[in-house]
Design a protein. Structure first.
Length: 486
């Protein structure tokens, strides 16, 4: 049974009463707030309907992944060579850290698809670039969830409060990159106004510190000192949590007492992924002539509201990765096979796959072999746009004959990387492109793959290791060689 106040509220929700909604800005003086009661059957029916649709989507996950997503991940060398407990995954993990200086994480195909269906295309494109950048590998295990994907948005700061003054409100960001070996840190900080304009930015290099915590406190103090120097008295910043018995307790309390210098000081903690500007500056080894320009150019997408990602490992993945330290890899990992791999790519997607290979592997040189010159001509303009080098030109050539080969040296490549040789057409015979010191990838369609049988191995994440000089030594298990996993 509904009382009168409840009925009036239900009327307003249904649009039957023109009285404005309850204004809570001045409290609830002389007003009654009531909650309406309604039959939940409509809600339950909607949930049931939407759940049925989602079940149908889940059934479609695997075929959709194999058709549209897996070829892209394979082209980016992100498919792991085996389960997360496989010794080859341990090898991949160790070598990735050695080569790229990143600690890889892992996703299952189900992890990928459960997010893909809820994202717009531009979000997926950004995630794919992030997976390559951070070397996030895909384990072919549909029954497990290995990581969650958090979509974060860069926080531009609080909207300036109306406090009766015309004094602007500023946002401060600070970070520190600490080197345990040298006991030094690079400190960085930035000050923004509420219109997203950089007021001041600075990098302090090789600052002597005893710990990473001390370095971060130094960075925060540098920020606050500069804010006071510039006459900024309303500022947003981050805060560290340190207990009474912490060795830096006195330094921390000094930082906290800096509140007295400002009219407003709002404190908050932010994930490193959302401190993109100061984090990039702190990690840089170069003194920038214009740090502000560097930050804006590098992170313009995030300033415009595009997402930032963070991969959070599940308990299952954390447990498996902890066991990596106990795995001993023997000399069998030093057996190097013929470096000749296939990649299943349909004809219309071959150029796209070439782009992904180049961006992921960053080879020292590129050779692309076509069945005929006409095919190179049709791809020539697109190749120029992808690689950025005229054909022919000072850094690029092509040879014609029974088969046409385009050769280029990219302007950006990984130091010590090998030459990437891509064969666009299955009909090109091996003798026309194969060299003993090359890294070969043959593009084949689904129909052509059936003709290969077991003669070649599909390209996977180990390709990234080999092309960047991975090697195995018995006395140092983190330096290993490349071999395909069968």
């Amino acid at each position: 049974m509904l009382n009168l106040a409840t009925f009036q509220l239900v009327q307003r929700v249904a649009g039957l009463d023109s009285e404005p909604p309850l204004d809570l800005s001045n409290g609830l003086k002389n007003k009654m707030l009531s909650v309406g009661l309604d039959n939940a059957q409509e809600l339950l029916q909607r949930i049931k309907s939407e759940t049925s649709k989602m079940k149908a989507m889940i059934i479609d996950f695997e075929p959709s992944y194999n058709k549209d997503i897996r070829p892209k991940l394979a082209s980016s060398c992100l498919l792991a060579p085996g389960p997360i407990t496989d010794p080859w995954t341990v090898f991949l993990h160790r070598q990735t850290f050695k080569i790229a200086n990143v600690n890889p994480s892992y996703l299952s195909p189900f992890d990928i698809m459960s997010y893909k269906y809820g994202w717009k295309d531009f979000q997926w494109d950004m995630l794919e670039r992030y997976l390559v950048q951070r070397r996030i590998y895909i384990i072919d295990d549909w029954e497990s969830s290995l990581s969650t994907i958090e979509t974060l948005m860069y926080d531009h700061g609080l909207k300036e409060p109306d406090d009766g003054t015309d004094i602007p409100f500023y946002k401060g960001e600070c970070d520190a990159s600490y080197d345990e070996h040298t006991k030094t840190a690079n400190l960085s900080y930035m000050l923004w106004d509420d219109e997203k304009k950089i007021k001041h930015s600075e990098v302090l290099l090789s600052v002597k510190c005893s710990s990473a915590t001390e370095a971060k406190i130094f960075a925060a103090l540098a920020l606050l000192y500069k804010a006071k120097e510039l006459g900024l008295i309303k500022i947003l910043n981050g805060e560290l949590a340190i207990g009474k018995n912490h060795k830096h307790c006195d330094l921390y309390l000094m930082l906290r007492s800096s509140r007295i210098l400002f009219q407003w000081l709002v404190l908050s903690w932010r994930p490193r992924e959302l401190m993109v500007f100061v984090d990039a500056l702190a990690k840089s080894e170069t003194r920038f002539l214009s740090p502000a320009k560097f930050a804006v150019e590098k992170w313009a997408d995030h300033l415009q509201g595009l997402p930032v990602f963070r991969i959070e490992r599940t308990k299952e993945a954390k447990t498996a990765i902890k066991k990596f330290d106990n795995v001993t890899l023997d000399s069998s990992f030093g057996v190097i096979p013929e470096l000749h791999y296939f990649l299943q790519v349909e004809e219309e997607n071959k150029l796209d796959s070439l782009v992904r290979l180049i961006h992921s592997l960053k080879p020292s040189a590129i050779k692309v072999t076509f069945n005929n010159t006409d095919k190179l001509d049709s791809f020539k303009e697109k190749l120029i746009n992808v690689i950025g080098i005229p054909i022919p030109g000072e850094d690029s050539t092509y040879t014609s004959g029974p088969f046409t080969t385009y050769t280029s040296q990219p302007k950006t490549h990984t130091s010590g990387s090998k030459c990437l040789m891509v064969v666009f057409d299955y009909v090109v015979p091996k003798h026309a492109y194969y060299t003993d010191n090359g890294f070969h990838v043959l593009f084949v369609t689904a129909r052509e793959q059936e003709l290969i049988g077991g003669e070649m191995t599909e390209l996977n994440a180990l390709g990234f290791i080999y092309i960047n000089g991975g090697s195995w030594q018995s006395h140092l298990p983190t330096l290993l060689s490349f071999v395909a996993h069968v």
